[in-house]
Design a protein around this ligand. Structure first.
Ligand code: GLA
Length: 466
């Protein structure tokens, strides 16, 4: 049985370092809604250290929460209205009634992510008459940067909805709800972002496992620091089909591999489950894959022929709304990335657990291999990201790779702690100072980070009341 301690913490005192920020949010809330907020909800962004594009294949990943977060000053209203205001005037206010809202999945605006969280909680908890909710939202997670600003909005929205409706939900269940409800936006991501958002703890990265969601501590080697740098190429995950195409390619690879073993292929959607059923090691999966899938892309006709289905049946069994028109699928390379990346996560965790003297350089090597695999096999990097990764390595990183979905966004680099200032100066000179447009964005784009804490709520305290 889950108890209160499995639920997100309700913190009584806002940390001093955050007080002014929360106070000004409270002030905005009062100006807009005429009263104090009832509470604050907070959800962090994350950086994934290793294990990219494998969570939706059922494999474990290794992220940590970052300090940057979404904070919502929240309260209820008796009018059954949802009113979401943003502290950043660039984002327009959103208003609808609790029973009449629409989640827009093509090019979604900010409030749609909060609506996902709202809908997720209302449906999961069968709340028949949800309360109206006022929110003032403030975010410090760089957007479209692979640091999970979207999931932080979904998770924070779900927390606010939960608390406003006097529900108590354990963290793992919240992660599960949010992982599912973010799919209302249309991206078929896995559960990494939502899981680390709720299960993170300050001072430790986490190995996140799925089915069911579990998190265990990973002690990173002493004397190393992770530094994030944003390529400043914005990734529009929900507005493009790159992401879902990869999901579909992995699914088709799973089904063709399952079929070749004489299994009931429709029962298999993810490579992880297939591996589990076959009871094979990563090495064995890789050689099975090599002998079964060809290097050249598959077209739809060939896939239908192998699986013995019509195009309509294939659409039903394997494709998703924004991948119906895709004609060519690179199954070999995608599957090879997934098995080898999943293997690297296991190795990364083992090396951290062993805590040997040369751990940092071995981990750095795994991060470099991960980037090469994302770039060459999964094709989710881009030129500026590759360039930035190279600059990070030349500036003293022990390892550097893209983090998050890719196609833009950030790199994460492992750097000897004593060299962080020098590293940052060199990356600044090599990447940002070289281009006036990037130089403008350099502040907030290049920073060292430590494993942060997970989502929580804050009570209003006397010092925050305005
Ligand atoms: C996005 C998704 C995650 C994960 C990463 C890639 O952040 O939301 O579930 O798939 O991309 O590793």
């Amino acid at each position: 049985m889950a108890g209160r301690r499995d639920c997100p913490e309700i913190v009584r005192k806002i940390p001093n370092s955050q007080r002014e920020r929360y106070k000004s949010l409270g002030k905005l809330y009062k100006e807009r809604f005429g009263s104090q907020p009832a509470f604050f909800a907070r959800a962090p962004g994350r950086v994934n250290l290793i294990g990219e594009h494998i969570d939706y294949c059922g494999y474990s990943v290794l992220p940590m929460a970052i300090q940057q977060d979404i904070v919502m000053a929240a309260g209820t209203n008796p009018d059954q209205m949802l009113v979401f205001t943003n502290s950043n005037p660039e984002y327009q206010e959103y208003k609808s009634s609790v029973g009449d809202y629409k989640i827009n999945s093509s090019n979604p605006l900010w409030h749609n992510y909060i609506l996902c969280g709202f809908r997720g909680i209302v449906e999961a908890e069968c709340i028949s008459n949800p309360t109206g909710m006022n929110l003032v939202v403030d975010g410090t997670v760089p957007r479209s940067a692979g640091l999970s600003s979207s999931s932080a909005l979904v998770c924070c929205g779900s927390l606010a909805t939960m608390h406003a409706n006097q529900q108590e939900i354990p963290k793992k269940k919240l992660a599960d709800i949010c992982m599912r409800c973010e799919q209302y936006i249309g991206t078929q991501g896995g559960g990494m972002d939502q899981s680390i958002c709720f299960l993170a703890e300050a001072g430790t990265a986490k190995l996140i496992e799925f089915n069911p969601i579990r998190a265990s501590n990973v002690s990173l080697p002493d004397g190393t620091t992770f530094v994030i740098s944003n390529s400043c190429v914005e990734l529009q995950k929900a507005a493009t089909s790159h992401f879902n195409i990869r999901v579909v390619e992995c699914r088709l690879a799973t089904q063709i591999l399952a079929k070749s073993k004489g299994l009931d292929w429709k029962q298999f959607k993810v490579l992880g489950k297939l591996q589990e059923s076959l009871g094979l090691s990563f090495e064995d999966m890789l050689s099975f894959m090599e002998t079964t899938l060809h290097h050249e892309p598959y077209d739809k006709k060939e896939v239908c022929g192998i699986l013995g289905v019509s195009e309509e049946e294939l659409i039903q069994a394997s494709l998703s709304a924004n991948t119906l028109d895709v004609t060519s699928f690179k199954l070999h390379d995608r599957a090879k990335h997934v098995f080898s990346e999943a293997n690297r996560v296991v190795q990364f965790k083992e090396i951290c657990d062993q805590g040997l003297g040369d751990a940092a350089s071995v981990l750095g090597g795994l991060m470099n291999d991960s980037h090469a695999s994302c770039r060459d096999l999964y094709e989710c990097s881009c030129e500026p990201l590759d360039k930035l990764v190279q600059i990070c390595r030349d500036s003293g990183a022990l390892g550097s790779r893209l983090t998050g979905a890719g196609w833009g966004g950030c790199t994460v680099s492992m750097v000897p702690s004593g060299d962080v200032d020098d590293f940052i100066a060199k990356v600044h000179a090599g990447y940002y100072a070289a281009d006036p447009k990037l130089e403008e964005k350099a502040a907030g784009s290049l920073f060292a980070t430590e494993p942060g804490s997970g989502a929580c709520m804050f009570e209003m305290d006397a010092e925050t009341t305005v």
